[in-house]
Write a protein that binds this ligand. Structure first.
Ligand code: CAA
Length: 260
């Protein structure tokens, strides 16, 4: 796996993926998006990883957006292609069969905020800043911002943030539900790892099916959604881990999940 701008580290059951292009505040050019896609493909294959942390190199920036230098001279067709490239990679991440936690140190702007929103859970440092500043550059958010921000914070707040391009601090991001938790910068990775390890202690297939039920179920009406839930709930009963989890409860002993 040859990567230029993304690193992958494995710590027991948890993967740490780092966008590593600090000279451009980890801005996403095509090369970085392709690296990220390669890493996601590797994560899809690895059955021994139960949770993923996605972060940006350095303390200053998570990701400062899509690469403006690369976008500057694009034609309409090329702009659409670049948007599709980013959207496909982010969608693949959103659909990854493991929970992904974004650990956001500093700037999460434009494509950076959009990348964080494609993750399941967002932990921010007190220094983190969020915005969809695209209209100030003459463009719309192009990596999912117009779609995921309203789904996360509601229509009115999303429209206000996207139409103004306002930058908000971590405490405001927490207040509007854009992030799950705000922690001191020096504790960011430790907090993310604690959360990832806590998730990894549970039955991995059940966690994976929870993600599937939430992601698929929230895209359809309630009558369809409860069928999605029933399907995933039923699948759990074909796993050894369900027998183990319930057996351990009944027998009052410690459980030992095998991801089977
Ligand atoms: N694209 C390309 N390069 C970027 C970048 C970006 N999004 N953000 C920062 N950089 C580069 C800068 O050009 C600079 O490079 P040089 O040293 O070679 O000049 C380097 O990173 C450091 O940046 P600054 O000197 O600007 O650092 P600062 O501390 O003064 O400012 C900042 C930090 C406020 C984040 C500022 O860099 C900034 O406003 N960046 C752009 C943020 C932005 O508009 N993001 C949205 C992009 S559009 C998008 O993402 C579209 C989409 O939805 C797909």
């Amino acid at each position: 796996m040859e990567l230029k701008n993304v690193t992958l580290e494995k710590k027991e059951k948890v993967a740490i993926v780092t966008i590593n292009r600090p000279k451009a505040l980890n801005a996403l050019n095509s090369e970085t998006l392709k690296d990220l896609d390669t890493v996601i493909a590797e994560l899809e294959k690895d059955k021994d990883l139960y949770a993923v942390i996605l972060t940006g190199a350095g303390d200053k920036s998570f990701v400062a957006g899509a690469d403006i230098a690369e976008m500057k001279d694009l034609t309409e067709e090329q702009g659409k292609e670049f948007g599709i490239l980013g959207n496909n990679v982010f969608r693949r991440l959103e659909n990854l069969d493991k929970p992904v936690i974004a650990a956001i140190s500093g700037f999460a702007l434009g494509g950076g905020c959009e990348l964080a929103m494609a993750c399941d859970i967002r932990i921010a440092s007190e220094k983190a800043k969020f915005a969809q500043p695209e209209v100030g550059l003459g463009i719309t958010p192009g990596f999912g911002g117009t779609q995921r921000l309203p789904r996360i914070v509601g229509l009115g707040k999303a429209k206000e943030l996207i139409y103004t391009g306002d930058i908000i601090k971590a405490d405001e991001a927490l207040r509007i539900g854009l992030v799950n938790k705000v922690v001191p910068l020096e504790n960011l990775m430790e907090e993310a790892l604690t959360l990832a390890n806590k998730i990894a202690e549970n039955a991995p297939i059940a966690v994976k099916l929870c993600k599937d039920a939430i992601n698929r179920g929230t895209q359809v009406d309630m009558d369809q959604a409860i069928l999605v839930e029933a399907e995933d709930f039923g699948k759990c009963f074909s796993t050894e881990d369900q027998k183990e989890g319930m057996g351990a409860f009944i027998e009052r002993r410690a459980k030992n999940f095998q991801n089977k």
